[in-house]
Design a protein around this ligand. Structure first.
Ligand SMILES: *Cc1c(COP(=O)(O)O)cnc(C)c1O
Length: 397
């Protein structure tokens, strides 16, 4: 990127910038009002009140009770706590957990860890658009099933899962239901009552709040062990001095996100659909990944065949465009994304996937610019690809 170029940030599924109002709301809690909520002098009592007021905000956003909200260090901790905490607390009742093949690693890796500890895990497949089949889920429930964990919306392909149906199935069978709502919270409406949820994870940095702060909703009466042991914070369930400024940041960001949600979702859907139809219309051999309509307002994920995702990202970066791909070479592995594999893409096609995720700061001009650049980048890369020939009959894949 040259200095004159303005950055076009289209990776809001990875993280989002903190809103200035959120930073302002957090600021006093680093110095002037730094008291430890567990202490008893007045600045500490103020801190305690601030944490409790933030808890009420989060509870209201989810249709929960304040006593059902626990602050954590983010989505990863909330997911780990839900899986391990439920597994260990219910070990005597059963050893079976149901989840999906397209969960975030913050769910899949704890599940794999629990498998090593002797639990049995069912990883439900998804259809070509990324949807879990509630019927198949119900069929996989056994007398030993102690937890169902299915994400509200997928972080790579944006597909919104039928969690209400899954919630009512789980309720009917008396099995606790956890959802990783990290991509959904602050972006689409959530209700722990309507969806019959027992546990829900969220994380502030995915809705213009700070990194390192999240929450886990735990329905009253749910049997769950702590995974952090120490002080008596969070009603003896999550030890560790509260992240005071973080808690304030999370609640402020969530409050704002809810206030603007309806209009913002509509605006982003429009930008999203222009990006999708623009790319599919101007670049041959592209396809949309994820569900065409049941998808997050800001999520675009397309496969650009005969192009390598990483190369596409580097070229886009040279135009000042920040995007993401499903080929995880950056993490030191050549394995394509487990999500793209689960929806049935071949390795080659999965490696050429491009994720563009819109956010609060995304504009129509940015969309136009991306629609100008992506076809150029695809053409440039295909020109040097041994797999691509402009003559349709000469494909080697
Ligand atoms: C980002 C993300 C997480 C992890 O949250 P952190 O706060 O970054 O730990 C978990 N699940 C999903 C679906 C995510 O998008």
């Amino acid at each position: 990127m040259t200095p004159a170029q303005r950055l076009i940030y289209m990776d809001n599924a990875a993280t989002t910038p903190v809103r200035p109002e959120v930073m302002e709301a957090m600021r006093p809690y680093f110095h002037d009002r730094f008291g430890n909520p567990s202490s008893i002098y007045s600045i500490a009592r103020e801190s305690k009140e601030v944490v409790e007021s933030a808890r009420e905000t989060v509870a209201r956003a989810l249709g929960a009770e304040p006593g059902e909200i626990y602050f954590t260090s983010g989505g990863t901790e909330s997911d780990n706590w839900a899986l391990k905490g439920i597994a260990y607390a219910n070990r005597k009742l059963g050893d079976h957990i149901i989840t999906s093949a397209i969960e975030h690693h913050a769910v899949l890796h704890p599940a794999q860890y629990l498998e090593k500890q002797g639990f049995r895990i069912t990883y439900l497949p998804v259809d070509a658009s990324g949807l879990v089949d509630p019927g198949a889920l119900e069929d996989s429930i056994t007398k030993k099933t102690i937890l169902i964990s299915v994400m509200t919306a997928n972080n790579e392909i944006g597909t919104i899962e039928p969690i209400r149906e899954i919630g009512s199935i789980a309720q009917r069978h008396g099995v606790p239901f956890h959802t990783d709502a990290v991509q959904a919270a602050g972006h689409i409406p959530l209700s722990v009552k309507h969806d019959a949820l027992d546990l829900l994870s969220l994380s502030a940095h995915k809705f213009n709040g700070p990194k390192g702060i999240g929450a886990l909703y735990i329905r009253k009466g749910t049997r769950i062990d702590p995974i952090h042991h120490g002080g008596g914070q969070e009603r003896n369930r999550r030890a560790g001095t509260e992240n005071l400024a973080g808690v304030v940041g999370l609640a402020t960001a969530l409050d704002i996100a809810l206030r603007i949600m309806k209009d913002e979702a509509e605006r982003l859907r429009d930008l999203r659909d222009r990006l999708i139809s623009g790319i599919l219309g101007s670049v041959p051999h592209t396809r949309l990944n994820g569900h065409p309509t049941r998808r997050l307002p800001g999520n675009v994920n397309v496969s650009v065949e005969y192009v390598e995702g990483e190369s596409m990202l580097l070229h886009l970066d040279s135009y000042g465009i920040c995007a993401s791909t499903g080929s995880a070479c950056t993490s030191g592995s050549l394995e394509p994304s487990h999500v793209l594999m689960a929806i049935g893409l071949s390795h080659e096609v999965a490696h050429g996937s491009l994720r563009l995720t819109l956010g609060e700061e995304s504009t129509s001009d940015e969309v136009e610019r991306v629609l100008e650049v992506v076809p150029q980048v695809a053409a440039k890369l295909r020109a040097i690809s041994p797999l691509y020939s402009p003559n349709e009959r000469d494909y080697h894949v």
